[in-house]
Design a protein around this ligand. Structure first.
Ligand SMILES: [Zn+2]
Length: 74
């Protein structure tokens, strides 16, 4: 499934990398770095990261966009 594709994220604070699946990454959402606890927000604070993220998963995110909306409501 596309939603299980893993995306590598580099923490801008501690420079360590960790990964989330596409399913776990939602547009406009923030994730906490598991290493240093830094709050990493996609789209706004780190447009460079988002650019890479979307470039790699643009199609996947578009495909699961409806699914994301449903998830947020819960
Ligand atoms: Zn970190």
């Amino acid at each position: 499934m596309l939603s299980n594709e893993k995306i590598e994220i580099k923490c801008p604070s501690c420079q360590k990398t960790f990964s989330y699946t596409v399913d776990q990454l939602q547009k406009g959402q923030s994730k906490r770095c598991p290493h240093c606890g830094n709050d990493i927000r996609f789209e706004e604070s780190h447009p460079g990261e988002v650019g890479k993220l979307e470039d790699k998963t643009k199609k996947s995110l578009a495909d699961i966009d409806k699914k994301i909306t449903m998830t947020i409501r819960e």
